[in-house]
Design a protein around this ligand. Structure first.
Ligand code: AMP
Ligand code: ZN
Length: 472
């Protein structure tokens, strides 16, 4: 497949190091609050990428961390610990918060058909691994102690700003106005690997380390969790675009310094979901969740469909109107598939199956063009092939799209079969007149009306539950 690589700034042929196998790492959620639908846009597109790689026959092993310690309110090293902030907000312990929001995250993912990665590791379960890698970085001269904390020394690298397409403002995140400068740092881009001195004495989770009681910085977790589970070479690393700097830049710095060689070949970044008022962000506290979509009557899969209609490398604007448009298109699509599920199933037209599967493969293989992939679904529906071929194709494409197309079409088709046929207004009117006649004890008129109703093909009966009208 052709995939845009943030490292080279161009589309490249995706070639895993080991033929047939892909090692894939995804930055997981910081579990101090619900995931917002912006976060979930990233996870939906990463899920489609993983499923597409599998669709092409590759054996993917995917690993994800859960950030339950160390992520401060700025992506640099300043501000509160996000987890501690969440715990204070809800008067719970950090671990209670972590458990609750980790479960909530996976529940949201399930509703959006996002597959759980093969390996999921909470950062707090890997402290020994962090200590091992940090100790080695100190030994190799890439890290230093200052003011009680351990910092990565970015001046020791040949190149630090590897993604290289950030504005000066982005790069100066550590010394931006309003963000406190850390006087312990030798270079402004240096970052913390281990904190023992933090402004927050009430930091709940602390561990013994060679440098004193403390806790890890945010970036070290992804390097360690990836290297431990996927080895010293990584094919593909994913995350939202905001992760590219400083998080991924720091991951590369520490991993390559530790390993002594290049680490990850392809970097996949999903651009942001925005609202008309700007980027959706968890820390602002105002954001949209999957539960909110459900409360408003939307099937979460409609949101997945909405995301797939646009390219992952373009920012996407969310509005209720845009979501409504996606819902209308999705409902129409399901309504077109529904009759196929009731048709007699014949032989599969292998040539047509191959042709349309090939078109889909081409679309997704072209830097994950999901919108084009969806148009192939319409090509399938327009095809001259029979219902069985179409259904087989829809099932095949849906392995990647994850829209439950056949299940929803079957539900729609059986719902329309089961729905009682609407009783004509004329019959209902006669039934009302008959009720009135019975009330007046005019049984002769009631009988006449019953006969008229029967002429129209309906039978009317009085039962203990009330009046029953059935088709004869
Ligand atoms: P967090 O839980 O904040 O660590 O973020 C989880 C994932 O969501 C990361 O990959 C982020 O880069 C990504 N992300 C954050 N905000 C957005 C957004 N507005 N749109 C898309 N992805 C986002
Ligand atoms: Zn990460």
């Amino acid at each position: 497949m052709q995939l845009y690589n943030s490292l080279s700034h161009k589309k490249e042929d995706f070639v895993p190091r080991e033929a047939g196998k892909v090692s894939m790492y995804t930055c997981g959620p910081t579990v101090y609050h619900f995931a917002h639908i912006g976060n979930l846009r990233s996870y939906i597109m990463e899920d489609v990428l993983e499923k597409y790689l599998r669709f092409t026959g590759l054996d993917v092993k995917r690993v994800m961390n859960i950030t339950d310690v160390g992520h401060l309110t700025s992506d640099g090293d300043t501000g509160d610990d996000k987890m501690l902030k969440g715990a204070k907000r809800e008067h719970k312990t950090v671990m209670e918060i972590a458990k609750f929001y980790t479960d909530a995250f996976f529940a949201d993912c399930a509703k959006l058909n996002i597959k759980t990665p093969d390996v999921v590791v909470p950062a707090t379960s890997y402290i020994d691994e962090f200590i091992k890698v940090i100790s080695s970085l100190i030994e190799k001269g890439y890290a230093y102690e200052a003011g009680g904390n351990i910092y990565f020394d970015t001046s020791k690298l040949k190149k630090y700003y590897v993604f290289g397409d950030f504005s000066q403002e982005d790069l100066e995140v550590g010394v931006r106005e309003g963000v406190e400068e850390d006087g312990n740092k030798r270079n402004k881009a240096d970052f913390v690997l281990w904190f023992t001195k933090s402004k927050f004495d009430d930091q709940e989770l602390k561990w013994e380390s060679p440098w004193g009681l403390g806790y890890p910085g945010w970036h070290i977790e992804c390097s360690c969790i990836s290297m431990k589970n996927l080895g010293e070479y990584l094919d593909l690393h994913c995350g939202g675009i905001d992760n590219a700097f400083p998080h991924h830049t720091n991951e590369i710095a520490q991993s390559e310094a530790y390993l002594g060689h290049e680490w990850c070949n392809y970097w996949f970044h999903v651009h942001h979901l925005n609202t008309n008022s700007g980027k959706m962000s968890k820390s602002s506290g105002e954001f949209l969740t999957v539960s909110l979509l459900e409360e408003k009557g939307y099937d979460p899969i409609v949101y997945r469909f909405f995301c797939l209609q646009s390219h992952y490398r373009k920012s996407l604007v969310f509005s209720w109107e845009n979501l409504d448009n996606a819902k209308v298109s999705f409902d129409k699509l399901i309504a077109r598939i529904a009759p196929l599920t009731a048709e007699p199933q014949g032989e599969i037209d292998e040539a047509e199956f191959g042709r349309l599967r090939g078109l889909f493969d081409e679309a997704l293989g072209s830097d994950l063009n999901t919108a084009m992939g969806i148009t192939v679904l319409y090509d399938v529906l327009r095809s001259k092939a029979g219902a069985s071929t179409k259904l087989a194709l829809i099932g095949e494409l849906d392995k990647v799209l994850g829209l439950d197309l056949i299940k929803k079409a079957q539900e729609k088709s059986s719902a329309s079969e089961a729905a009682p046929e609407e009783i004509p207004a004329e019959v209902l009117e006669l039934v009302e007149q008959r009720k009135a006649a019975r009330k007046e004890k005019d049984f002769a008129l009631a009988d006449q009306l019953r006969d008229k109703i029967a002429e129209l093909g309906y039978e009317v009966k009085e039962t203990r539950q009330g009046t029953e009208i059935n088709k004869i």
